[in-house]
Design a protein around this ligand. Structure first.
Ligand SMILES: [Zn+2]
Length: 435
């Protein structure tokens, strides 16, 4: 590790303070208006410095699906998007349902070096929904897994879900549920609505999500455990979570950038780039989700970055894979939908993308206040820019639904543990940092 010092000058913090930030080695060593003599000075006039973003829901596809993404390419996409930590989901091949696989993912993340890769473990063995995976062993492994999810599939068996909640309670873990009643969504292709009837695509009813969330918050209350709800997509889900929180149930919830900005109308083109699980919903749902972020019912924004090869997306709607990439556009979508609309301010923005997700997974060194002594995980964000999204990406996949869309806000620099992974919006080669 180098002992190089970098000074970021004239930068705004989320509370509006304009200041200088000095980074030495891996840590922030000074925040204040004094100027220090350092090897490198980066003028950040007009930029915001925020705690590095933390994604609680990412698909990095390795091991097993390296044709779509690798831990290295996904880490670069994450850094480009301002992230300093991502939580890859367990639906790899082999499934991350044991210590060996989560430790492999952790090691590959460390080798890549662009972000902290903090694996999520499967709830059930091979994501089959039947027998609990080795949750305790994954927690006590080198990967220190605290978040467990069968994401991609729902833990639909109530008894299995109850046992999982009981099991993680012992060590303060959390179950992150992909809420989708499998019986109500057999062959489902898009939001169930007048439009799905018109298009002749099998509908995916809102209640398939809402009924699972309602059951799970009640199980969580009964067990006295912790639940996190992945990718909330409907107004009814928001109502259930709001009720659960008012009752004191220990539940947190996430929304994806795409559910904050895209609607089911896009499906009319039958372009599979808009095919996603859960599906794009109505305008009313989008409005309810944005309001739920603003009032705290939804705690975090998580990308559900889901890379797929061209082959699995450039085909008929019914054959296409579910999912879209999203690490590089997440912050701009959050800014466009929540800041530009006046729903939230920058402190809330920082909570949604950094502090709250770090808190949910119990990370140290992420989601911290930018003060002297903190690990230097920082994103420098330009709130003044607006631009049309193009197809360029660090991801290995190109299933980007935002190409051609106008967004605002740009990640300019990302610093991970004192190393600039992105500088002037360009990914840096960091393999030579020890030279
Ligand atoms: Zn999911």
């Amino acid at each position: 590790m180098t002992n190089q010092e970098t000074q970021f000058t004239n930068v705004s913090l989320s509370d509006g303070t304009v200041t200088n930030i000095l980074v030495s080695g891996e840590a922030i060593t000074y925040v204040g208006t004094d100027s220090k003599i350092t090897a490198e000075v980066i003028d950040c006039t007009g930029l915001l410095a925020l705690s590095g973003f933390v994604d609680l829901h990412t698909h990095l596809r390795e091991p097993g699906f390296e044709q779509s993404e690798t831990i290295l390419t996904g880490s670069k996409a994450a850094a480009k998007g301002g992230f300093t930590c991502v939580h890859p989901m367990a639906n790899t091949n082999p499934v991350a349902d044991n210590s060996a696989v989560v430790e492999q993912v952790l090691a590959l993340g460390e080798a890549a070096g662009y972000v902290q890769v903090q694996p999520i473990g499967a709830v059930t063995s091979n994501l089959e929904g039947k027998n609990l995976a080795d949750l305790g062993k994954m927690n006590s492994s080198a990967a220190k897994v605290t978040v467990f999810s069968d994401d991609g599939k729902c833990v639909s068996d109530s008894l299995v879900m109850r046992r999982a909640l009981e099991y993680v309670k012992a060590f303060g873990g959390v179950i992150a549920q992909h809420a989708q009643d499998p019986q109500l969504t057999v062959n489902a292709q898009m939001n169930e609505s007048a439009l799905s009837l018109k298009l002749g695509l099998t509908g995916w009813p809102a209640v398939a999500e809402e009924a699972i969330i309602a059951r799970d918050v009640l199980l969580t209350e009964e067990v006295g455990s912790r639940l996190h709800v992945c990718h909330v997509s409907t107004k009814g889900s928001v109502d259930v979570i709001r009720w659960a929180k008012s009752r004191g149930i220990n539940v947190t919830a996430e929304v994806t950038p795409h559910h904050l900005i895209l609607t089911e109308d896009l499906v009319s083109e039958y372009n599979p780039v808009y095919k996603v699980n859960p599906p794009l919903r109505s305008n009313d749902d989008v409005k309810a989700l944005r309001e739920a972020v603003a009032d705290g019912t939804i705690d975090i924004i998580a990308t559900d970055h889901a890379p797929h090869t061209a082959d699995s997306k450039d085909c008929e709607w019914g054959e296409a894979a579910f999912g879209m990439i999203g690490l590089e556009t997440a912050a701009a979508i959050a800014k466009t939908t929540l800041i530009d609309t006046g729903l939230i301010g920058w402190e809330k923005f920082e909570e949604l993308l950094s502090k709250n997700p770090a808190k949910i997974s119990g990370l140290s060194g992420q989601g911290q206040k930018l003060v002297s002594g903190s690990v230097a995980n920082i994103v420098f964000f330009d709130p003044r820019t607006s631009y049309t999204v193009d197809a360029s990406t660090e991801s290995k996949s190109s299933n980007n639904p935002y190409v051609g869309m106008k967004l605002s806000g740009t990640v300019v620099h990302t610093m991970f543990r004192g190393t600039l992974t992105v500088k002037n919006s360009m990914i840096q080669e960091i393999g030579t940092k020890n030279d």
